[in-house]
Design a protein around this ligand. Structure first.
Ligand code: HEM
Length: 288
């Protein structure tokens, strides 16, 4: 293990606070003119940190969209219409995929026939939420698991080559596997079941689509600066020059394709699946 070496560090882990976040409305758009052909919307230039009363999810992107006001800032009562407009405006994903994501979120709502969800409802262990997040602590270590945790993210990033400006698919897959191993030493109930392998990689794949090169190129990689800024701040990296692509991202198919490549690149010298019930670690499967 390269980054975490002792149990002492594990104790410090809980205490550590996040790096200072960009916590202002410096990008407020009131005096900005957005060119007519731009994919940027006024909300890309506004951002407000959540208050203690606001709901937030274990998903850094949904939190980000709420921080920008693409989704309600309080994180509650997100209807299909609000979600469709918010996600397509923010990221230029196709509507069909966004609609499908919304349907998935409704599955977490306890009420029968619900038509909206709150971000806080997504904290359902092993529904979508799982251990080994890239930037948040496991639920067993922090009941909230919706706030950025610098030691967790630094641990993940320690496995990305230091001189890489672009995060490649093999690098991300290897970092995820090695990060899981480290997290399993901190969380005695650490669990990643076979059924969670593809969802984990779909989450990572989304980063390649949002922060990768134009959808029209074959080259696959996520811009490291955008990736780091996004996770650290739960904010879109507009001030670093990021914009949603001009061409709509066909999210469902594209993310499946990248997730399958990520699974293929999982290193063979480290386990990826952990089943504490059986006291076993397993090798990764091959399908995504
Ligand atoms: C309604 C739609 C969505 C739901 C219900 C949802 C839910 C979740 C949940 C519960 C997690 C936590 C997984 C964990 O425990 O680490 C998560 C992680 C993640 N989500 Fe979402 N999400 C949604 C949409 C999106 C979208 C549109 C993106 C676009 C980029 C996205 C990107 C991510 C990423 C990158 C992670 C992984 C973070 C990590 O590795 O720690 N999500 N999502």
């Amino acid at each position: 293990m390269r980054f975490i070496s002792t149990l002492v560090l594990a104790a410090m882990w809980k205490q550590a606070s996040a790096l200072p976040h960009t916590n202002s409305n410096v990008l407020n758009t009131s005096d900005r003119i957005i060119p007519p052909n731009s994919t940027l919307k006024p909300q890309h230039f506004t951002w407000l940190t959540p208050s203690a009363d606001d709901d937030r999810a274990p998903c850094p992107m949904l939190n980000t969209l709420a921080n920008h006001g693409f989704l309600p800032h309080n994180g509650r009562a997100i209807t299909r219409d609000i979600f469709l407009k918010g996600v397509t405006d923010a990221l230029n994903f196709d509507r069909e995929s966004v609609d499908r994501l919304f349907g998935g979120a409704l599955g977490a709502v306890p009420e029968f026939n619900a038509t909206s969800f709150d971000l806080g409802m997504l904290h359902v262990k092993n529904f979508i939420e799982h251990d080994g997040s890239t930037s948040m602590q496991d639920v067993i270590l922090d009941q909230q698991s919706s706030v950025y945790h610098e030691p967790t993210f630094s641990n993940f990033m320690s496995y990305i080559p230091h001189d890489a400006n672009t995060i490649s698919i093999p690098a991300a897959a290897a970092a995820k596997a090695r990060h899981f191993k480290d997290m399993s030493k901190i969380n005695p109930r650490f669990s990643i079941l076979a059924s969670q392998q593809t969802p984990v990689m779909l989450e990572m794949a989304s980063m390649f689509l949002v922060f990768g090169p134009a959808a029209t190129t074959k080259e696959k990689g996520a811009d490291r600066a955008f990736f780091e800024y996004f996770f650290r701040n739960q904010r879109l990296p507009v001030e670093l020059g990021w914009t949603p692509p001009q061409t709509e991202i066909l999210f469902t198919n594209a993310s499946r394709e990248i997730a399958a490549q990520l699974v293929k690149e999982i290193p063979t010298d480290v386990p990826f699946l952990y089943n504490p019930g059986e006291g076993l670690t397993e090798r990764a499967g091959t399908e995504a």
